[in-house]
Design a protein around this ligand. Structure first.
Ligand SMILES: [Zn+2]
Length: 132
């Protein structure tokens, strides 16, 4: 499991008490802080009652510190954070901003590992890691 999660824009640490805290805005403008599991492939998300959402909705995710949009350049549906492993190597974690969609991609250098039942939607955007 990654040790740290950082905002790609301001590098603030976004993991608090074992959860990743992100600012989210629904398409009707309702907003609040959501928390995600830091475990790759664990898709439990805690929503505050202030965010009106249903499965399939696209959320806009923002850093709670610098308020920059976390949408990645790879795809409008994918947000991106920087993570570090136990060796302090940094890598990129992409995950879906669609409520209920299970897609996570980790990328070290050019090569990606893909996780989740829905990740096939994005697999063409990434180069799978070479298997030896
Ligand atoms: Zn930030």
């Amino acid at each position: 499991m990654p040790n740290k999660y950082l905002c790609p824009k301001c590098r603030s640490h976004l993991k608090v008490e074992g959860r990743i805290i992100i600012s989210a805005k629904a398409k009707d403008g309702s907003e609040g802080l959501i928390s995600l599991s830091p475990e790759i492939g664990n898709y439990t998300v805690n929503f505050p009652s202030t965010i009106n959402h249903k499965s399939g909705d696209l959320l806009n995710l923002f850093c709670p510190v610098c308020h920059q949009n976390l949408a990645s350049s790879k795809h409008i549906n994918l947000a991106m954070l920087i993570a570090t492993d136990e060796k302090r190597q940094e890598f990129e974690v992409f995950f879906s901003q669609i409520v209920g969609e299970q897609s996570t991609i980790t990328m070290i250098g050019d090569f990606a590992d893909l996780f989740g039942d829905d990740v096939y939607k994005y697999q063409d955007l990434f180069k799978p890691r070479q298997m030896f």
